[in-house]
Design a protein around this ligand. Structure first.
Ligand code: 48F
Length: 257
């Protein structure tokens, strides 16, 4: 016998329990693309309390679609080491190049992040930051459906010791900080430098270099790191995204632990 009231109560109770446990965390990761998911995995594995908010129904960002919807991605030697650790299969293509099924890549990284302890909430957008004494101290969240319907509904807040902008090309979180607080970012101009056109080799290297704290308490990872610090895009070679997720996790772990 199935009682619909039990099903409804179970969902509401367990979701409430889960989100209540995430109101005051070590790290909020904004965006569930490859860099955000990998960051969540390594941060959680390192013992920090991590919550990831993803705007869309599904996590994975730009990784599901490979290149132009051919759902295979390419990684190089260094990126492969992360996939190896996560038990995701890579296939050698030419020397130094490996292909990965994009669906296995997204689901594998996500599964590992959750098993390591990260809490992932889909359908929630980060729309603003909490800033205290010249330091980012949390995020402001709302249902994506509220945003989509342009409903006049106030958001809620989640406090954190560190926030990662892993929102990809639009760097939504850094943009909010720049627009609203008129602060000086740790970029050459003090402002967002902006993304450049495609140059895979340089972009892959620069993604790692640009993965860092951009303002006290706020870190950039993934494509957003290059958009913030004025480097190139790289297209469907994903090693840089994975390594950036690991690097941001290492930086935060060394700061907070
Ligand atoms: O764009 P995305 O995959 O970011 P990434 O980790 O990886 C970039 C690559 O996919 C690709 C590339 C590399 O070759 O150039 O583009 O840097 O994932 C970003 C995720 O963040 C979500 C968005 O829906 C996507 O899943 N997102 C964006 N803004 C918000 C957000 C927001 N304000 N709140 C919550 N989620």
């Amino acid at each position: 016998m199935i009682d619909e009231r039990i099903i409804t109560r179970a969902i509401i109770e367990k979701y409430t329990e889960k989100i209540l446990s995430c109101l005051d965390v070590d790290v909020v990761v904004c965006g569930g693309g490859p860099s955000g998911l990998v960051a969540s995995y390594f941060l959680s594995k390192g013992g920090l309390k991590v919550v990831l908010f993803e705007r869309k129904l599904s996590i994975g960002g730009g990784m599901w679609g490979g290149g132009m919807m051919f759902n295979e991605i390419v990684v190089q030697e260094k990126g492969k080491t992360i996939l190896d650790e996560l038990g995701i299969q890579t296939k050698p293509y030419k020397e130094g190049y490996y292909t990965v099924d994009a669906i296995e890549a997204v689901s594998g990284v996500c599964f590992n992040a959750i098993k390591a302890g990260a809490k992932i909430f889909n359908l929630i957008s980060v729309e603003d930051l909490v800033v205290r004494k010249d330091r980012v101290a949390g995020v402001v969240i709302n249902w994506t459906a509220v945003e989509m319907a342009s409903l006049h509904v106030d958001p809620l807040t989640v406090m954190a010791k560190a926030v990662v902008d892993a929102t990809g090309h639009p760097i939504e979180i850094v943009k909010v900080l720049e627009r609203k607080m008129n602060v000086e970012l740790k970029t050459p101009s003090g402002k967002i430098e902006g993304e450049k056109c495609l140059w895979a080799e340089v972009a892959e290297e620069m993604t790692l270099e640009n993965t860092k704290e951009v303002y006290p308490g706020l870190y950039v990872a993934g494509m957003g790191a290059n958009a913030t610090f004025g480097s190139y895009r790289m297209g469907p070679v994903f090693g840089g995204m994975l390594l950036s997720g690991k690097k941001v996790a290492d930086l935060i772990l060394s700061q907070l632990k």
